[in-house]
Design a protein around this ligand. Structure first.
Ligand code: NDP
Ligand code: 8X3
Length: 250
C-alpha cells in the first residue's frame, strides 16, 4: 500500500508517516524542508523496512506541484491514499487589521494547495480505479472564533471541498474523508505566531492537547476500513475542549 502525505515534515503529517510506515505502508513524504524529508526517509525506511520516497515542493506553486507529481513513476503511481494535510494559520487578528499577506498565505496553502494536489493526484487514482483522499480540516471549518476569520474561512472551504469532491469521485470508487481536529500541539501555533514560542505555548496552557499521534490514528483507522465502508468526517478535540471558545484550563 502507498500513501502520499503532504506536510510530512512536522506535526500531523510526520506522525501519520510514522504510523503508516510502522504498519508496512510505503510512503511518499512531501514538504518544503528537504533536510527533514531526507532524515525522515532514512529513519523510517531503516526502522520499518518500508520504501520512502521524498518530494520537496511548495504546494502553493502550481508548477512545483505539477513537476513533483509528474516525477512519480513506476509502481509509486499506485497511490492508495492521498493525505491533504499541508496547511497553516498565520496571525490571529480582527478582520479590520489583519495582514493581507497572512491571508494570502493561508488561502494559497490551505485552499489552493489542497486543490492543486487533488487535481493532479485524483486522475492517477481514477486511472488506477482505486484511491482514498483524506482532507485535514479543523474545528475551525465547523465554527468560527474571534480573530480566526480567514483561517476559519479556509477550513470551511476545505469542509465544502471535502463534500464536493466526494460526490465527484464516488463514481470512480474513490473514497473521501475529512479529519477535523481541535487544539493539537504541533508547530502550528509557532507558525501562527511567526516564531514567538512564548505566545505559542499559551495556546496549550493548562490543557492536555491532542498530539500528532492522535490525528495519525484517526487517519489510519479511516484508511483501513473494509472496502465497502467510507468514513465521511471525523471531528476530534482534546477532552478539555467543548468548542473553539470553550476550553477548560487547569
Ligand atoms: P505543523 O506546522 O506542525 O505542520 C505543517 C506542515 O505543513 C509542515 O510539514 C509544513 O512543511 C507543511 N506546509 C506548510 N506550508 C506548506 C507549503 N506551502 N508547501 C508544502 N508544505 C507546507 O502543523 P500541523 O501538523 O498542526 O498542521 C497540519 C494540518 O492540520 C494543517 O492543515 C492545519 O491547518 C491542520 N490543523 C491543525 C490543528 C492544530 O491545532 N495543530 C488543528 C486542526 C487542523 P514545510 O514547512 O516543510 O513545507
Ligand atoms: C487548528 C485548531 O482551534 O486553532 O485548526 O483553529 S484552531
Amino acid at each position: 500500500m502507498i500513501a502520499l502525505i503532504t506536510g510530512a515534515t512536522a506535526g500531523f503529517g510526520k506522525a501519520t508517516a510514522e504510523l503508516f510506515a510502522k504498519n508496512g505502508w510505503d510512503i511518499i513524504i512531501c514538504g518544503r524542508r528537504k533536510e527533514r524529508l531526507a532524515s525522515m526517509a532514512a529513519e523510517l525506511s531503516k526502522k520499518y523496512n518500508v520504501k520512502i520516497s521524498e518530494l520537496s515542493f511548495d504546494v502553493t506553486q502550481l508548477d512545483e506541484v505539477k513537476n513533483a507529481i509528474a516525477s512519480i513513476t513506476g509502481s509509486w503511481k499506485n497511490i492508495d491514499l492521498l493525505v491533504n494535510n499541508a496547511g497553516l494559520a498565520v496571525g490571529l487578528s480582527p478582520i479590520q487589521t489583519g495582514e493581507i499577506d497572512d491571508w494570502e498565505r493561508m488561502i494559497n496553502t490551505n485552499i489552493k494547495g489542497l486543490l492543486y494536489m487533488t487535481r493532479l493526484v485524483a486522475p492517477i487514482m481514477i486511472e488506477n480505479k482505486k484511491g482514498h483522499i483524506v482532507n485535514i480540516g479543523s474545528v475551525a471549518g465547523k465554527e468560527v472564533y474571534p480573530n480566526g476569520n480567514i483561517y476559519c474561512a479556509t477550513k470551511h472551504a476545505v469542509d465544502a471541498l471535502n463534500r464536493a469532491m466526494r460526490i465527484d469521485l464516488v463514481q470512480h470508487g474513490i473514497k473521501v474523508t475529512s479529519i477535523a481536529p481541535g487544539l493539537a500541539e504541533t508547530e502550528f501555533a509557532l507558525v501562527r505566531f511567526k516564531g514567538d514560542a512564548d505566545r505559542a505555548k499559551t495556546v496549550y496552557n493548562g490543557i492536555d492537547p491532542l498530539k500528532g499521534e492522535d490525528i495519525a490514528e484517526a487517519i489510519y483507522w479511516a484508511a483501513t476500513r473494509p472496502a465497502h465502508v467510507n468514513i465521511l468526517d471525523i471531528v476530534l478535540t482534546p477532552a478539555a475542549q467543548g468548542n473553539s471558545t470553550t476550553v477548560i484550563r487547569k
